[in-house]
Each structure stands twice: as structure tokens, then as C-alpha cells.
Design a binder for this molecule. Structure first.
Ligand SMILES: Cc1cc2nc3c(=O)[nH]c(=O)nc-3n(C[C@H](O)[C@H](O)[C@H](O)COP(=O)(O)O)c2cc1C
Length: 324
């Protein structure tokens, strides 16, 4: 048991959150993380419709009686998914924790509060963290440049980002990006975070609902095996280095760059989903962060979480002794 504002607000044993992960954040993983004393988070848009999300929430409930959250990634898009209807599904289902990401959550915060829902907003810079706090979110999760997915365009790593955010915000912050073990957890706490958010590390667990080939590829990779795609489109994404991301990257380096329409067939979500499901490591975009360099095994979520907590305690104690 660890006690701080984050464990109290979220009703969990350890201040560890499994961030929303497209195609991966399904009931099996979420329930396993929550049962292990951390916070599992379902990925709303992994479900094709709001109705399917309601079913997935119920499926998760049948697998855990512990708190869990739902992520809604509200990226601006030409043809966005029906975000409002997904949010209706989350609220009507009685979910008590929501993680937003991708855009300012202010359109939803009042409704979340009115329904007694704790909101975690994930962002990638201090500006957005401050504006999320002003909008009334309860916890900010802040992703350093190391992270999987969208690190933004400022390229500030966690070692700088987290302490600045901790100084500037009054609400609790979760350090996210590049954390995969107890050393990272301890470092995050020392930097001023009150918990951690992890993505990639949870993909290499027994319960992650993806093919073993993908999990093994993450274990075998090192910290240089990610690629930043879409830099030229100002929508940077950190992903696993594979045939698809290398091809996209090469197209972006051409004189004059590349239009999104040209790369769309390579990067469409359905292709990534299929790659994860059949274990085709080169079949589509696979989101992963630099922390793959730290991943050496495929434990259950319970083993992983207990190990991270034990190592964090040991590191904090050992570093105190060094200074006595
Ligand atoms: C496979 C995968 C899919 C992801 N999909 C989403 C997503 O749909 N929405 C979101 O807000 N973040 C997404 N993320 C980012 C994570 O929630 C988290 O912020 C990030 O993984 C933290 O960095 P780390 O991987 O170094 O732990 C994804 C991450 C991974 C690994």
C-alpha cells in the first residue's frame, strides 16, 4: 500500500496507471492491472461504437471489482468519431475515472465533475498542463519525449518536464513516458510526481491482448528501436521501428515531403490492429516508446506491479542511506 493524493483520489493501492492504448486497452489487461492494485484504463476508441464500449465496460466489471478508468482520446480530426456519444456511454455506465488526451478537455470537465467522475488529462507540455488545471481536471498525466504515441513537437524529456510541471501545478501529476521499472518510479516521485503512467511496459505482459510475437519483439528491442513518424506533418508519433515505420519515415525525407494521403494506406488503424492480433511485426504501425530498452521479460501484471513497487521502495531507501 502506498498513500498519497493519487491513491486516495483513485481508490487504488499503488499510484500506477496504465494509460489508454489503442487496440491494447481491453478488458483483459485493464482488469489484470486493477486487480493488481494499480489503475487499469480501457481505451474508449478501441471499441468501434459507443454501444460496444458499454459492453466492454460491463465485461471489465465482470473481471474486477476494483476501480478502473476509460480513456477518451479527443484528437482534432476532419471526420472525428462521435466523442459526445462515447462520453455518454462512459458516464451512463457509471465509470468513475476518465482519462482524456489529444486536445483540451474543457468541453467535458463540467459534465464529468457533475457526475462525480475524477478526470485525468494526459498532455505533453507544461502549457497544456496548466490550462488543463485551469479547466478543472483533477490529475494531470504528463508525457515526456521518450513516450510511446504522440510526444508533441517540443521534444522535452521527462527529466526536465516533470519537475517543471510539479513546480507549476497544484493538482497531482503523474509522470509518463519512459518508465518501466522501480528505478523510473522512484525517480518520478523524487522529481515531484505523485505517481506514474505506463503504456509500453504493459504491452509486454501476459494479460496484454496482443500476439506473443509482438511482446517478444518488444523484449528483444533496445532503446534505439523506435522511430518518430509524422514529424514533417507536425503530428509526431513515436512507434516501433519496423518495415512500415521505416517506409513512412523514408517517404517523409523526400524533397518536398509527403502528403498524408500518400501514407494513409500504410498507417491506417485497421492495419495496426491486425498486426497486433496476428503477430505480424512488420504488418502495420505498432506504437512503442524508448522504454523498450528496459523491457526484458513478459510477466503477469501482478508480478510486474509488485516488482516495480518493491524496487522503487528499495531504490528510495538505498539513496537515502547514501546520503546519511
Ligand atoms: C500501443 C500503444 C497505444 C497507445 N494508444 C494511445 C491512445 O489511443 N490514446 C492515448 O491517449 N495514449 C495512447 N498511448 C500512450 C500511452 O497511454 C502512454 O501515454 C505512453 O505509452 C507512455 O509512455 P511509455 O510507453 O513510455 O510508458 C499508447 C501507447 C501505446 C504503447
Amino acid at each position: 500500500m502506498m498513500k498519497n493524493r493519487v491513491t486516495a483520489m483513485l481508490g487504488i493501492r499503488y499510484p500506477i496507471v496504465q494509460g489508454g492504448m489503442q487496440w491494447v486497452g481491453r478488458a483483459e489487461l485493464v482488469a489484470a492491472v486493477s486487480n493488481a492494485g494499480a489503475l487499469g484504463v480501457l481505451t474508449g476508441l478501441t471499441q468501434p461504437t459507443p454501444e460496444k464500449l458499454r459492453e466492454e465496460i460491463e465485461r471489465t466489471r465482470s473481471m474486477t471489482d476494483k476501480p478502473f478508468g476509460v480513456n477518451l482520446t479527443i484528437l482534432p480530426a476532419v471526420n472525428p468519431p462521435p466523442y459526445d456519444r462515447y462520453m455518454d456511454a462512459i458516464i451512463d455506465s457509471g465509470v468513475k475515472i476518465v482519462e482524456t488526451a489529444g486536445n483540451n478537455p474543457k468541453q467535458f470537465v463540467a459534465r464529468l465533475k457533475a457526475n462525480g467522475i475524477i478526470s485525468i488529462h494526459k498532455c505533453v507540455n507544461v502549457r497544456h498542463a496548466i490550462s488543463a488545471e485551469k479547466s478543472g481536471v483533477d490529475i494531470v498525466s504528463i508525457d515526456g519525449f521518450e513516450c510511446a504515441g504522440h510526444p508533441g513537437e517540443d521534444d522535452v524529456p521527462g527529466l526536465v518536464l516533470i519537475p517543471i510541471a510539479a513546480k507549476r501545478l497544484r493538482i497531482p501529476i503523474l509522470a509518463s513516458g519512459g518508465i518501466g521499472d522501480g528505478r523510473g518510479f522512484a525517480a518520478a516521485l523524487v522529481l515531484g510526481a505523485e505517481g506514474i503512467n505506463m503504456g509500453t511496459r504493459f504491452c509486454a505482459t501476459v494479460e496484454a491482448p496482443i500476439h506473443d510475437n509482438i511482446k517478444r519483439a518488444l523484449v528483444n528491442a533496445n532503446e534505439c528501436d523506435t522511430r518518430l513518424m509524422f514529424r514533417t506533418l507536425h503530428n509526431t508519433a513515436r512507434v516501433f521501428k519496423n518495415a512500415i515505420s521505416e517506409q513512412v519515415f523514408a517517404m517523409e525525407q523526400r524533397p518536398g515531403g509527403v502528403a498524408f494521403e500518400e501514407i494513409r494506406p500504410l498507417v491506417i488503424g485497421a492495419r495496426g490492429r491486425e498486426a497486433l492480433s496476428i503477430g505480424d511485426v512488420d504488418g502495420g504501425v505498432i506504437t512503442a516508446g524508448q522504454v523498450i530498452g528496459l523491457i526484458d521479460d513478459i510477466p503477469t501484471c501482478a508480478v510486474l506491479i509488485e516488482r516495480i513497487v518493491a524496487e522503487c521502495r528499495e531504490r528510495l531507501r538505498a539513496s537515502m542511506q547514501d546520503f546519511e
